[in-house]
Write a protein that binds this ligand. Structure first.
Ligand code: ADP
Ligand code: MG
Length: 204
């Protein structure tokens, strides 16, 4: 089955882009392809200035490591690690000596400073989502992909996460590529595109 077809997209450094579309139309599939998590059957993809569609999984992982943060729709936290350890992991992999301090600061920024020693199964969906966001920020990615990052949050917490995303965008020039149903979040982005029938069209 073909999910995406005839799709062309260029996202500039520092840009913020919202991708909208009905459930099942392929938004998560598209995000996974752009981030180098999956590979397509045809087409060219360039990430952070590098062709990735002709790379194998290990090579794509290497490109991602330097460039990409990803907030999964289902969070994908490691169940055997605490919230703090989940956020520390990318910092430790990057040999960051202050991994613990940085991870704690990030958890505080998403409002979870008091939950650092909790395991994912003891956190609500919204709390897990915020840990996933803190983890994605930890590696200071040049491109942050987030799949419905406010989907499980109450309006106040959602607002806080939106502020955090755009702080990162402003402070570090992080490119934001967001899949969202949240009209407030979509409006904050410079550009809105709708995925329909396999392709992207501008939304006003
Ligand atoms: N791993 C998979 N194997 C087979 N089909 C899949 C898989 N993941 C998603 N799909 C299908 O691909 C389509 C697009 O899914 P998805 O990208 O998750 O949509 P969205 O994120 O827009 O809701 C759907 O029809 C879905 O059922
Ligand atoms: Mg999805």
């Amino acid at each position: 089955m073909t999910i995406l077809n005839g799709l062309s997209l260029v996202v500039n450094p520092g840009e913020s882009l919202a991708i909208l579309g009905a459930s099942g139309c392929g938004k998560s599939t598209l995000l996974g392809l752009l981030a180098g998590l999956d590979s397509a059957s045809a087409g060219e993809i360039e990430l952070d200035g590098q062709r990735i569609d002709n790379l194998d999984e290990d090579q794509r992982a290497r490109v991602r490591r330097g460039a990409v943060g990803f907030v999964f729709q289902n969070f994908q936290l490691l169940p055997a690690l605490t919230a703090l350890e989940n956020v520390m992991l990318p910092l430790e992999l990057a040999n960051e000596p202050r991994a613990r301090e940085e991870a704690l600061l990030l958890l505080e920024r998403v409002g979870l400073g008091q939950r650092d020693d909790h395991y994912p199964r003891h956190l609500s969906g919204g709390e897990q989502q915020r840990v996933a966001i803190a983890r994605a920020f930890a590696s200071r990615p040049r491109v942050l992909f987030a799949d419905e990052p406010t989907g499980n949050l109450d309006p106040a917490t959602g607002e806080r996460v939106i502020e955090l995303l755009f702080e990162l965008n402003a402070e570090q020039g992080t490119t934001l590529i967001l899949v969202t149903h949240d009209s407030h979040l979509a409006r904050r982005c410079q550009r809105r595109l709708e995925l329909r029938e396999g392709t992207l069209r501008p939304l006003t």
